[in-house]
Every structure is written in structure tokens, then in C-alpha cells.
Ligand binder design. Structure first.
Ligand code: TYM
Length: 333
């Protein structure tokens, strides 16, 4: 057997709903880059998911390419991994429909992301927003991955994916690999800098709450300097110290050290000095990404070619699962 087929499979996706945040990076993208050597990886820009909330077409198109350019800038390698745009592989929509017929109304109603998003977009609670987890299950199960690296907020969607896969397998035999979520110890829940009880999100109305991967060094440092903390002035991990806990987590993951080492390093320092160090560490880590991004985004032809190549690889990888599912369900091939 050749080495390639022995590798375990990994799959993950990200929505192109704006420039990713430091949360997306530390919770997901950074881990994806590190997994490329050891695993057979498939990563996608989940644009079908993005239209569950209203998008402006020209802006969406630009954001899709922008996310693909960021994949490359972060070090995802189209030769080693399959990097593609979800809507360019029709099997995702096809399998999503089939799986939605094996997903219960009650299960979907319990999804916290559905509840949050329908509260935020009360004028557009569409069927796609509700059925979103069936599409996400399709994204995953099509490629039979062993692991799905995600941040903490996607845990519930991974659980429903496993339930759908198990239900389908119980009916039709072993069609799907039931995947394991991979949720990092550090960085899986990066919190807002403006309100550290809330997750850092690119849809935050307050831009001081999140670091965008393309923010300038000055912006990054300014946002960290303003980060909300507490009046205790002691740098340690403790219950209720949401702001400081978040900064310790961010610094540790960016520097590749443990939270204990971070606490030791800043023993006796004031919050001001600590915030500045976290800001500088993040800015130093992201500035080469921003530079490479600027090169990739200006070469549209390259982005088109690479994403088409990725879609072709994804199509071939998904064909076997798709035809197996069609046969099992009783469709005519
Ligand atoms: P999305 O686009 O919201 O986020 C992409 C990834 O970033 C992680 N993440 C975070 N991690 C830590 N701290 C944060 N503050 C933070 N914010 C976001 C998310 O957990 C995710 O891993 N439905 C998915 C996209 C998707 C997908 C899939 C993921 C579609 N199909 C198949 C895995 C497998 C989403 O909206 O992620």
C-alpha cells in the first residue's frame, strides 16, 4: 500500500462571510496548516452556507476568492491538500438534500447556532438556515474523514453529523465513517476583546472586539491595548477573569507555550505591559500572512485555476460515497 492511502483523513471548512478573525485562525485554520503533513487533508470555502443569511452577490464572490487567497497565504498547499470552493462541487447540495430526509425537525430545532442566527436575522429565518447542519453533515460525510478540526462552537454540529451518519449506517450498512471532532485545548474558544464573555466573531458590530487576519500591526496593538479585563491586576488563569484568561490563551497558542509558562513569564507585570506583549506577538504572527495574502489576491487567474483544480480533486474524492448513497437509498444510477 502506498503511503498516501495509509494516511488518516481530515476535513474542515470555513464560511466566506468576511475576513476571518483571530478566533477562526487559532480555533481552526492554524491547526489545518499543521495537519497537512500527517493527514490526507480536504479544506473548503463553505460558500453554500454563507447564503443562509442575505449576501450581496458581488461582495460574496470577492469574499470567496479572498478566503481562498488566505488559505494559500496561511500555508495551505494545493499540491498536498485538496483546497476547493464548496459550490463548485454539486455533490454537497445533492447529499445535503438526501441527508435532510434523515434529520429530524426536533434535532435541528435544538441547534444553538440556529437559535442565535434566527434571533439576529428575524426577518429571514429561511429553510436553509434551519437545515444548515444537514449541509454541514454532507460536506463532511462525502469525504469519509476520520477527523474534523473545528473550534468549540461547532461541537454541536459535529455531534448531529455523527448522529446522522450512525442513523444512515444503521439503516443501510457501513456507508459513512463516523468522524471525530478535533477541538484544540488552547484557542478553541477565542473570546471578544470588547466583551470577553462572548465568542470573537467577524459579525460583531464592534470592530474592537475582533482581530481580523488582515488588520495592520497598529490596529492589532491598539485593539489589544483596549481589551476589556478586570480590576484585579493579577495575571493568572482564574474563574471569572474572562478577559485575562482569553489573553493568556491567545498568547500561549500564538507562542506555542503552555498557559502556565505564559503566567510565569508575565509574573509581576502590569496588565498594560501584558496586553502590549500579546498584541505584538499576534501582530508578528499575522504580518507575513498579510503580505502573502496581498500577493495571492492580486493574481485572480491563479486563484481561479487552483480552485478549479481543487474542485476536480474533491469531485473525484466524493464520487464513490455519492454513488454508494444513491444506490442504498434506491435511486437509479
Ligand atoms: P465558521 O466559518 O463560523 O468558522 C470556521 C472555523 O473557525 C472556528 N471559530 C472559532 N474558533 C475559536 N474561537 C472563535 N472565536 C471562533 N470562531 C470561529 C469555528 O469553530 C470553525 O472551525 N459551519 C461552519 C463551517 C463549515 C464546516 C463544515 C466546518 C461548513 N461545513 C464542515 C467543519 C466541517 C462555520 O460556520 O464555521
Amino acid at each position: 500500500m502506498c503511503e498516501q492511502t495509509q494516511k488518516k483523513k481530515v476535513l474542515s471548512c470555513i464560511q466566506p462571510s468576511g475576513i476571518p478573525t483571530l478566533g477562526n485562525y487559532l480555533g481552526a485554520l492554524k491547526n489545518w496548516v499543521n495537519m497537512q503533513e500527517e493527514y490526507d487533508c480536504t479544506f473548503a470555502v463553505a460558500d453554500l452556507h454563507a447564503i443562509t443569511v442575505r449576501q450581496e452577490p458581488a461582495k460574496l464572490r470577492q469574499q470567496i476568492y479572498s478566503m481562498y487567497a488566505l488559505f494559500l497565504a496561511l500555508g495551505l498547499d494545493p499540491e498536498k491538500s485538496t483546497l476547493f470552493i464548496q459550490s463548485q462541487v454539486p455533490a454537497h447540495s445533492q447529499l445535503a438534500w438526501i441527508l435532510s430526509c434523515y434529520t429530524q425537525f426536533g434535532e435541528l430545532s435544538r441547534m444553538t447556532q440556529f437559535k442565535d442566527k434566527s434571533a439576529r436575522h428575524a426577518d429571514n429565518i429561511n429553510a436553509g438556515l434551519f437545515a444548515y447542519p444537514a449541509l454541514m453533515a454532507a460536506d463532511i460525510l462525502l469525504y469519509q474523514p476520520d477527523f474534523v478540526p473545528v473550534g468549540h462552537d461547532q461541537k454541536q454540529h459535529l455531534e448531529i453529523t455523527r448522529d446522522i451518519a450512525t442513523r444512515f449506517n444503521n439503516l443501510y450498512g457501513d456507508v459513512f465513517t463516523v468522524p471525530e471532532p478535533l477541538i484544540g485545548k488552547g484557542g478553541a474558544r477565542v473570546m471578544s476583546l470588547a466583551d470577553p464573555t462572548k465568542k470573537m466573531s467577524k459579525s460583531d458590530e464592534n470592530p474592537n472586539g475582533y482581530i481580523s487576519l488582515l488588520d495592520t500591526k497598529e490596529d492589532i496593538i491598539r485593539k489589544f491595548k483596549r481589551a476589556v479585563t478586570d480590576s484585579d491586576a493579577k495575571i493568572c488563569v482564574a474563574e471569572g477573569k474572562h478577559g485575562i484568561n482569553n489573553l493568556i490563551d491567545i498568547y500561549s497558542v500564538v507562542m506555542g507555550i503552555s498557559a502556565d509558562e505564559t503566567v510565569k513569564k508575565f509574573e509581576g507585570c502590569g496588565y498594560g505591559e501584558f496586553k502590549l506583549s500579546v498584541g505584538e506577538a499576534v501582530a508578528d504572527c499575522l504580518s507575513p500572512v498579510r503580505e502573502r495574502y496581498n500577493e495571492y489576491i492580486s493574481d485572480k487567474k491563479k486563484l481561479e485555476d487552483l480552485s478549479k483544480m481543487g474542485a476536480e480533486k474533491a469531485y473525484y474524492a466524493s464520487r464513490k460515497t455519492m454513488s454508494k448513497v444513491m444506490k442504498k437509498v434506491g435511486f437509479v444510477l
